[in-house]
Design a protein around this ligand. Structure first.
Ligand SMILES: *Cc1c(COP(=O)(O)O)cnc(C)c1O
Length: 422
């Protein structure tokens, strides 16, 4: 595809690439912004070209030397998807990306593409509720077993112990860092090192990281050896709570394998959603930094509040604790999700939830508006409460996602909502 602009290359920072990389205005009447390519199919310039594109798409024969792959049909490729994929892969400092209809589509298609019956996943816990359902209820029916280990600085050691129980079977280490919703950090480098030890020349063990909470700004898993980065682009990447999408990012060969499954399962995103994501990538740095600054102030307020029992927020981990050290080593920022426990039970937590005026009572995160939810009874309702309790997710825990409202309005809202506890 000839969409690449010569004026932009990877010497530029991702914020700059997000404004122009992989799009050539002169091919679209000089439009500064890419048009939305609302078309299901693309015309071939000759029958020979059509033959070549299909051969390349199905991996039968590479394109003749020096010739670019062409567009075929929007389930296989589309300019809006390709522009976004090129920019988001550059941001993650990896070769290729594939954009999906949802975060769950990215996660499930990746696993279907790379794992086979008999394979074992070692995963941190807790994980996102939908991921938990996939691992616990759907993958076992396909013969893929998941062993959960507690998220935290010792997760890779627990994974090493679990791997001994399943010799030759482990195919993927799955890391959600920070964990949803407990915000515990696991050591990506430790996991990647274990994956390298478990890999053999003909059987690679992948380290996959769900980077939804801190990426692409504050955590770069590839710097610590991760192979595959997964996103719910519904969250910070989309950033406006107006779309559902997902991304997988990796080396070219791995994305080619994943993209083949995406083509056949039909889990790609829509051109307009890819266009919205491309627009959102232009502001992701500004949004995430501002949201994190506000979240830091709110976390400090919560720590001081007499009716708040505990606050989990990465920059508040004691500096010399294992979590504090991992926070400094692995991340460059604290993000804008805060988990805190009110001083009371589920009923008290619900009374606080029902009082918020500026924070909206809704699941999801990473959007421009601030949201608050109750993980145990909402996003993680499928996970047995005892299991959640073990990961520090209690009936009194609320999770907030801080948006772009004025800090003082959010501060006042938190205070007035907590007043219901007396
Ligand atoms: C929301 C979320 C997902 C699922 O993404 P969807 O876009 O809703 O399918 C996966 N992982 C994490 C950490 C999430 O927050």
């Amino acid at each position: 595809m000839k969409l690449k602009s010569e004026r932009y290359d990877k010497r530029f920072h991702p914020e700059t690439l997000a404004l122009g990389y992989a799009y050539e205005p002169s091919l679209s009447e000089g439009a500064i912004k890419p048009p939305v390519f609302l078309t299901s199919t693309f015309e071939f310039s000759s029958a020979e070209k059509g033959k070549q594109f299909f051969s390349a798409a199905y991996g039968l024969e590479a394109m003749p030397h020096g010739e670019a792959m062409g567009l075929i049909y929007s389930r296989l490729n589309n300019p809006n998807l390709e522009i976004y994929e090129t920019r988001v892969a550059a941001w993650e400092e990896m070769e290729k990306a594939a954009v999906f209809s949802s975060g769950m589509a990215a996660i499930s298609t990746t696993i279907m593409a790379l794992l086979r019956p008999g394979d074992v996943i070692l995963s941190t816990a807790p994980v996102y509720g939908g991921t938990h359902f996939l691992f616990e209820h759907i993958l076992p029916e396909l013969g893929i077993k998941t062993v959960f280990v507690p998220a935290g600085h010792l997760a890779h050691e627990a994974m090493a112990a679990a791997a001994k129980e399943h010799p030759g079977k482990v195919r993927m280490l799955y890391v959600e860092a920070p964990a949803n919703p407990s915000l515990a950090l696991s050591d990506i480098e430790g996991c990647a090192r274990l994956a390298a030890q478990l890999s053999t020349p003909d059987r690679k063990v992948y380290t996959a990281v769900d980077n939804t909470f801190l990426g692409p700004l504050f955590q770069h898993p590839v710097h610590f050896g991760a192979d595959i980065i997964l996103y719910s682009a519904t969250k910070f990447l989309g950033g406006h709570s107006d779309l559902v999408a997902g991304v997988a990012i990796s080396d070219a060969a791995t994305i080619a394998a994943i993209a083949t499954y995406r083509t056949i399962l039909g889990s790609m995103t829509h051109p307009f959603t890819a266009w919205l994501l491309t627009r959102s990538l232009e502001t992701v740095s500004v949004r995430m930094r501002r949201q994190a600054t506000t979240a830091q102030k709110l976390a400090e307020l919560l720590v001081e509040h007499p009716r708040v029992r505990s606050v989990t927020y990465p920059s508040l981990f004691p500096p010399n604790s294992p979590q504090g050290r991992l926070y400094r080593k692995q991340t460059t920022g604290h993000g804008s999700l805060i988990a805190f426990e009110v001083d009371g039970d589920e009923e008290d937590a619900f009374r606080v939830l029902d009082r918020f005026e500026v924070f909206r009572l809704a699941v999801s995160l990473g959007g421009t508006e601030s949201l608050v939810e109750h993980p145990m009874r909402m996003t993680h309702a499928d996970v047995p409460p005892e299991q959640l309790d073990r990961h520090g997710v209690t009936e009194s825990m609320l999770r907030v996602s801080v948006g772009l409202e004025h800090t003082n309005d959010l501060r006042r809202d938190l205070q007035q909502a907590l007043e219901v506890l007396g």
